[in-house]
Unconditional design. Sequence first.
Length: 591
Amino acid sequence: GAPQRHGQNLYRLNIGTLSHDFARSLDSYEQAALGKFPEAGRKWSPNVNSVSASYTGQQYTSTGPGSGLFSRRDPNFINERENYFHKPQVNLNWYSYFGGGLTLSTVAYYSGGNGGGTGTYGSSRNAAFDYTFTQRVPDWNGTIAKNRARSDGSAGYILRNSVNNQWTLGAISKLRKDFSAGWTAEAGIDWRTAEVDHYREVRDLLGGQYYFETRGSQFWTTDAEKQRGLGDKINYYNTNQINWLGTYLQAEKNGQDGSFYGMVGWAQNKYDYTDHFKKGPDGGQLKISSGNISGYQIKGGAVRNLTQEWSVFGNAGFVSKVPIFDGVIDDRNGVKNPDPKNEKFLSFEAGVQFRSMDRGVSFDLNLYHTTWKDRTRNVFVRNLEGDGRDGLVNLLGVDARHMGIEAQGAYQPNDQVRFDVAASVANWKYLKDVTGTYKPDDFQAETQTFNFFIKDLKVGDAPQVQFAYAVSLFPVEGMYLRLQGKSFAKHYSDFNPFSRTDASEAGIQPWQAPGYTVWDFHAAYRLGDILPSAGDLRIFANVYNLFDGMYVQDSRDNSRFNSFDKDHDADDAEVFLGTPRTFNIGFQVNF
């Protein structure tokens, strides 16, 4: 495993907050908005703020890297948002050769996972905030003073950990048989079982002696039980169990004229839920089981070699996928979906390939068309009620169509130079309006249902036009230099679901972020065997965003918190800008 712990820049911001000059360069950004959004700079984050070093209150995590009671990394600031996690993995691979072209390969594995993420908890009325840059930023000194001023010693606003502890056991086994005339057949089985604990705990009391939890366990009967200290569980505590069993059968034939394959697969999931804070009908802990839910897939394809250089291919498939846990059981409120629907994918792909006889030229072109029906999509929303609570919107029955054309090619006229190009032009959109449920960040709050008008909106959060091009030089043996460019366009913003609850705005596309190009440079040199015992030594260097361009990498349309006039243009979007120029150098030894 690779334990990690880092602060998190979680919130997108208005473009003006990040850079007034960049905002002015955008045609649809109204200049009047710059008066509302003072410039903080592209490296500013609202998720960290200074605190007096005189505050020495300790923090706590019950699990993950560095768990236990600890002091802050730096006494002069507090991270509102931090991620910490450790996910070890162990595999045991076993290969059996029975002769006659019959082989069996099996992998058994264990994957753990302990850690979580942090945030604030409690009523915002009990906290202090800094609005210098419009975006709300915790004023730690002011909040600590408020907590210390409370007469009963309780903290009204604290830091919490949202913990996710998990483990998975599984095994995958594949039996393969090689027949004559190029035929092969394969059968496989995939089994896994997993358990995930979710809970919140007190991380930092911010000057208080305890936190009085009114939204916790129904099994707490005294005020003493509701007085929660560092590391005590709050808000919610549940355990999810997932059991999966899948199997498939596949056949393939390869020959001089081409190849074709077909496969069928079946899978069955079972979800179980235990709420340790909520009472069930029998007075004990609430338990919910989904029962067995099955899905299947059918896929096939063929390649036909027209000549030694040209070939054509086609693929098709239909998948009925078991919905994710959240589509079956609402684990925040302990409610079972009475009619969970499988996600369905119907896909087609066709294309052509060219490989010159000297392998100096290669070219691939393909077209695809995929219809994705009854998708379950979770969208995080921040402080919807204006009282400091976050939440999740569970969009049910989302239908989308993804279609497009992709191409890539390479030309290497000699041993010293190579040219590469690639392109993707897509048209992705949602096909119908949907309903959804909002789950506030209050375990005992009632789930709310909304209608979302998203029909014909473009699928956001990914550019639908992409180009890449590169030139590589090999001046001497063991060395390469590569200059690579990537261009992106037709990048529609992801949307805030609650900006799509008004039927009068149906069909209005989310803001389209400006296209951009990023250049990277890569170099490496193989030094060879420097010492007999050292192995093969290679040094490398990479420069990303070589010309330090500024561009919108991710955006959300019509921000609830950072929009100017909510008319779906640049001054209403909240964004993450792309990473400035970075570089790394290193070496690699192959023994």
